[in-house]
Design a protein around this ligand. Structure first.
Ligand code: ADP
Ligand code: MG
Length: 307
């Protein structure tokens, strides 16, 4: 068993409970505390995260917005266990990723986390269905079952007729939907998406969001989505605004939209300031955050988006 309370790398192979279940049901999906991330050293160092405290509850869809370069991709990479923070901690489904050695960490990520990269990151040598099947294969599922589930996931994103296509034969929007299917196919507890609708037209963006909302927030799962796309804000339970490596505001879409200075939600400039008086790292909260059990979120989940 691994010791979840120590920073010592764990070499024991016996899987902990969290490998199988994605943590205890009471654990929030993500708890970031005092997160800092610095790239490089000395005078040329870039401080991408400057102290982020943010919790994502199970059953919640949280969107991250903010101007280019403010640290969104860095933050979700830490949240997905792809990147280690320089300081602070990030517990994912109850697990401190820095306490895991590389192999169990990779196993934990493969089983519990789905990631949609901004650049899709599809393997050009594989068909669409083979790309989507990768997470299942990594988790040890048999080939035939993996391919069947991959084809079903492609059907869900409207690409049932493209299962045999190579990524190079697909449009950007189609590749993006393949990447989304790949993030969903193994039913991970946490799905993290970097601009998942950036290459999609309005109709496909809505379909994909309905799908993500429907499958990504049930059964104690959670979704974190980086976006500039104001058309999909309505799908969020909460929106967190980032600016210059800090979370400046957190609230429901309605509450944030009703406030002045909501430019950050629309990709606005770095002028967005935290509310007066909030000089610590805790952003002001607006609106009613969803309950930790996700019932509020799921209750208004849009219906199935499949044809
Ligand atoms: P966003 O996703 O909001 O555009 P990023 O998290 O990609 O922001 O980047 C935050 C800051 O960190 C930017 O100044 C960016 O140039 C810098 N940065 C990101 N990745 C690296 C890296 N691997 N090495 C050095 N600097 C980086
Ligand atoms: Mg980015």
């Amino acid at each position: 068993m691994q010791d979840r309370n120590t920073d010592t790398p764990v070499r024991v192979v016996t899987p902990a409970r969290s490998f199988i279940t994605g943590g205890m049901p009471d654990d929030p999906a993500v708890v970031c505390a005092g997160l800092r991330k610095r790239y490089g050293e000395g005078a040329t160092a870039v401080h991408a995260l400057r102290g982020v405290d943010l919790t994502v509850q199970r059953g919640e869809l949280l969107m991250l917005v903010g101007p280019s370069g403010c640290g969104k991709t860095t933050l979700i990479s830490v949240m997905a266990g792809i990147l280690d923070p320089t300081e602070g901690s990030c517990r994912i489904l109850g697990q401190d990723m820095t306490a895991l050695a590389p192999r169990p960490r990779a196993a934990f990520r493969a089983r519990n986390i789905g990631f949609v990269f901004q650049a899709y990151n599809l393997n050009p040598a594989l068909t669409a269905a083979e790309n989507v099947s990768v997470p299942l294969r990594i988790c040890g599922a048999p080939l035939r079952e993996s391919m069947r589930k991959a084809e079903a996931a492609l059907e869900l994103v409207g690409l049932g007729d493209k299962t045999e296509s190579a990524p190079g034969d697909l449009s950007g929007g189609q590749q993006q939907r393949v990447a989304i299917a790949r993030a969903l196919v193994h039913q991970p507890q946490l799905i993290v998406c970097d601009e998942p609708t950036s290459a999609l037209d309005h109709a496909n963006g809505q379909r994909v969001m309905e799908l993500l909302r429907r499958v990504g927030t049930v059964d104690g799962r959670a979704l974190v989505i980086v976006t500039h796309d104001a058309r999909i804000f309505e799908f969020a339970d909460r929106i967190a605004e980032l600016d210059d490596g800090r979370v400046t505001r957190v609230g429901t879409p309605g509450a944030l939209a009703g406030l002045p200075e909501s430019a950050g939600m629309h990709g606005g400039g770095p002028g967005t300031e935290p509310d007066a008086g909030s000089d610590d790292n805790r952003p002001p909260e607006y609106g009613t955050p969803p309950g930790g059990n996700g019932t509020g979120a799921s209750a208004r989940t849009p219906g199935c988006c499949t044809d």
